[in-house]
Design a protein around this ligand. Sequence first.
Ligand code: SF4
Length: 178
Amino acid sequence: MRNVLLHICCGVCASWPIEKIQEDGYGVQGIFYNPNIHPQEEYEKRLEATRDVTDTLGIKRIAGPYDREEWLVKVKGLENEPEGGGRCLVCFRMRLEYVSRKAVEWGFDYFATTLSVSPHKDTAKINEIGASVNPDKFLAYDFKKMDGFKKAMHFSKQYNLFRQNYCGCIFSLKREKK
Ligand code: SF4
Protein backbone atom coordinates (compact mmCIF):
# COMPACT_ATOMS: atom_id res chain seq x y z
CA MET A 1 0.00 0.00 0.00
CA ARG A 2 1.24 3.50 -0.81
CA ASN A 3 1.44 5.89 2.12
CA VAL A 4 0.53 9.54 2.50
CA LEU A 5 1.89 11.97 5.08
CA LEU A 6 -1.08 14.26 5.70
CA HIS A 7 -0.54 17.80 6.93
CA ILE A 8 -3.30 18.45 9.50
CA CYS A 9 -4.09 22.12 10.13
CA CYS A 10 -6.55 21.45 12.99
CA GLY A 11 -8.80 18.76 14.44
CA VAL A 12 -11.98 20.06 12.84
CA CYS A 13 -10.59 19.85 9.31
CA ALA A 14 -8.87 16.48 9.68
CA SER A 15 -11.62 13.83 9.72
CA TRP A 16 -12.96 13.89 6.18
CA PRO A 17 -9.52 14.15 4.48
CA ILE A 18 -8.29 11.14 6.48
CA GLU A 19 -11.36 9.13 5.54
CA LYS A 20 -11.21 10.20 1.89
CA ILE A 21 -7.53 9.34 1.48
CA GLN A 22 -8.14 5.95 3.09
CA GLU A 23 -11.15 5.40 0.80
CA ASP A 24 -8.82 6.07 -2.12
CA GLY A 25 -6.67 3.17 -1.00
CA TYR A 26 -3.76 4.86 0.75
CA GLY A 27 -2.31 4.46 4.20
CA VAL A 28 -2.33 7.76 6.13
CA GLN A 29 -0.20 9.27 8.86
CA GLY A 30 -0.94 12.76 10.18
CA ILE A 31 1.51 15.53 10.91
CA PHE A 32 0.54 18.67 12.83
CA TYR A 33 2.83 21.48 11.72
CA ASN A 34 1.27 24.91 12.22
CA PRO A 35 3.71 27.54 13.50
CA ASN A 36 1.22 30.20 12.33
CA ILE A 37 -1.13 29.59 15.26
CA HIS A 38 -1.30 32.24 17.96
CA PRO A 39 -1.41 32.26 20.95
CA GLN A 40 0.20 29.10 22.31
CA GLU A 41 -2.95 28.21 24.23
CA GLU A 42 -4.86 28.08 20.93
CA TYR A 43 -2.06 26.01 19.41
CA GLU A 44 -2.40 23.47 22.23
CA LYS A 45 -6.18 23.28 21.79
CA ARG A 46 -5.91 22.60 18.06
CA LEU A 47 -3.19 20.02 18.66
CA GLU A 48 -5.35 18.30 21.28
CA ALA A 49 -8.30 18.19 18.86
CA THR A 50 -5.97 16.70 16.24
CA ARG A 51 -4.95 13.99 18.73
CA ASP A 52 -8.64 13.26 19.39
CA VAL A 53 -9.45 12.85 15.68
CA THR A 54 -6.42 10.74 14.81
CA ASP A 55 -6.99 8.51 17.86
CA THR A 56 -10.68 8.12 16.96
CA LEU A 57 -9.86 7.20 13.38
CA GLY A 58 -6.96 5.00 14.44
CA ILE A 59 -4.10 6.63 12.56
CA LYS A 60 -0.64 7.64 13.74
CA ARG A 61 0.29 11.31 13.98
CA ILE A 62 3.16 13.38 15.12
CA ALA A 63 3.56 17.05 15.91
CA GLY A 64 6.30 19.08 14.25
CA PRO A 65 8.06 21.94 16.03
CA TYR A 66 6.23 25.14 16.94
CA ASP A 67 8.43 27.45 14.79
CA ARG A 68 6.57 30.61 15.76
CA GLU A 69 9.52 33.02 15.41
CA GLU A 70 10.49 31.63 12.01
CA TRP A 71 6.89 32.03 10.81
CA LEU A 72 6.80 35.68 11.93
CA VAL A 73 10.04 36.38 10.05
CA LYS A 74 8.62 34.81 6.89
CA VAL A 75 5.44 36.92 6.89
CA LYS A 76 7.19 40.18 7.79
CA GLY A 77 5.79 43.03 5.69
CA LEU A 78 2.58 41.10 4.99
CA GLU A 79 0.91 41.76 8.35
CA ASN A 80 -1.89 43.86 6.85
CA GLU A 81 -2.74 41.54 4.01
CA PRO A 82 -6.35 40.34 4.02
CA GLU A 83 -7.13 36.71 4.67
CA GLY A 84 -6.52 34.88 1.41
CA GLY A 85 -3.81 37.37 0.35
CA GLY A 86 -0.04 37.22 0.15
CA ARG A 87 0.58 36.35 3.80
CA CYS A 88 -1.54 33.22 3.48
CA LEU A 89 0.43 32.05 0.45
CA VAL A 90 3.66 32.31 2.45
CA CYS A 91 1.95 30.57 5.38
CA PHE A 92 0.75 27.67 3.18
CA ARG A 93 4.18 27.33 1.59
CA MET A 94 6.09 27.21 4.86
CA ARG A 95 3.87 24.44 6.19
CA LEU A 96 3.89 22.42 2.98
CA GLU A 97 7.66 22.73 2.58
CA TYR A 98 8.18 21.26 6.04
CA VAL A 99 5.76 18.39 5.43
CA SER A 100 7.30 17.67 2.02
CA ARG A 101 10.77 17.45 3.60
CA LYS A 102 9.49 15.04 6.22
CA ALA A 103 7.67 12.93 3.61
CA VAL A 104 10.96 12.52 1.72
CA GLU A 105 13.01 11.93 4.89
CA TRP A 106 10.61 9.27 6.23
CA GLY A 107 10.02 7.50 2.91
CA PHE A 108 6.37 8.39 2.31
CA ASP A 109 5.08 8.02 -1.24
CA TYR A 110 3.10 11.26 -1.06
CA PHE A 111 2.15 14.20 1.08
CA ALA A 112 -1.16 16.09 1.18
CA THR A 113 -2.88 18.73 3.29
CA THR A 114 -6.24 19.21 4.99
CA LEU A 115 -6.15 22.95 4.22
CA SER A 116 -8.53 22.71 1.26
CA VAL A 117 -11.47 21.63 3.47
CA SER A 118 -12.06 25.20 4.57
CA PRO A 119 -14.52 27.20 2.45
CA HIS A 120 -12.36 30.26 3.23
CA LYS A 121 -9.27 28.84 1.53
CA ASP A 122 -8.43 28.83 -2.16
CA THR A 123 -7.91 25.21 -3.17
CA ALA A 124 -6.29 26.10 -6.50
CA LYS A 125 -3.62 28.18 -4.75
CA ILE A 126 -2.97 25.51 -2.12
CA ASN A 127 -2.56 22.86 -4.80
CA GLU A 128 -0.37 25.11 -6.92
CA ILE A 129 1.95 25.67 -3.97
CA GLY A 130 2.00 21.97 -3.05
CA ALA A 131 2.92 21.01 -6.60
CA SER A 132 5.64 23.67 -6.76
CA VAL A 133 7.13 22.45 -3.46
CA ASN A 134 7.47 18.86 -4.70
CA PRO A 135 5.61 17.85 -7.89
CA ASP A 136 6.55 14.17 -7.53
CA LYS A 137 5.14 13.78 -4.03
CA PHE A 138 2.26 16.22 -3.70
CA LEU A 139 -1.16 14.60 -3.81
CA ALA A 140 -3.65 17.31 -4.78
CA TYR A 141 -7.13 17.14 -3.32
CA ASP A 142 -10.07 19.45 -3.07
CA PHE A 143 -11.58 18.34 0.20
CA LYS A 144 -14.40 20.88 -0.12
CA LYS A 145 -15.88 18.62 -2.76
CA MET A 146 -18.53 16.03 -1.84
CA ASP A 147 -19.70 18.22 1.06
CA GLY A 148 -16.30 17.79 2.72
CA PHE A 149 -16.64 20.77 5.04
CA LYS A 150 -20.12 19.69 6.13
CA LYS A 151 -18.83 16.18 6.85
CA ALA A 152 -15.89 17.54 8.85
CA MET A 153 -18.22 19.78 10.90
CA HIS A 154 -20.60 16.91 11.53
CA PHE A 155 -17.72 14.75 12.81
CA SER A 156 -16.44 17.53 15.06
CA LYS A 157 -19.88 17.99 16.61
CA GLN A 158 -20.34 14.24 17.04
CA TYR A 159 -17.05 13.95 18.95
CA ASN A 160 -17.32 17.35 20.63
CA LEU A 161 -14.00 18.60 19.23
CA PHE A 162 -12.59 22.05 19.88
CA ARG A 163 -13.69 24.36 17.03
CA GLN A 164 -11.76 27.57 16.41
CA ASN A 165 -13.36 30.84 15.37
CA TYR A 166 -10.47 32.42 13.44
CA CYS A 167 -7.97 31.17 10.90
CA GLY A 168 -5.01 30.95 13.25
CA CYS A 169 -2.38 33.69 13.16
CA ILE A 170 -2.16 36.81 15.32
CA PHE A 171 -3.26 38.96 12.38
CA SER A 172 -6.40 36.94 11.68
CA LEU A 173 -7.18 37.00 15.41
CA LYS A 174 -6.91 40.81 15.54
CA ARG A 175 -9.20 41.12 12.52
CA GLU A 176 -11.76 38.79 14.11
CA LYS A 177 -11.83 40.96 17.25
CA LYS A 178 -12.44 44.21 15.34
S1 SF4 B 1 -4.96 34.10 7.92
FE1 SF4 B 1 -4.65 31.86 8.17
S2 SF4 B 1 -3.66 31.11 6.29
FE2 SF4 B 1 -3.49 33.36 6.36
S3 SF4 B 1 -1.51 33.75 7.31
FE3 SF4 B 1 -3.00 33.77 8.98
S4 SF4 B 1 -3.06 31.66 9.73
FE4 SF4 B 1 -2.02 31.60 7.75
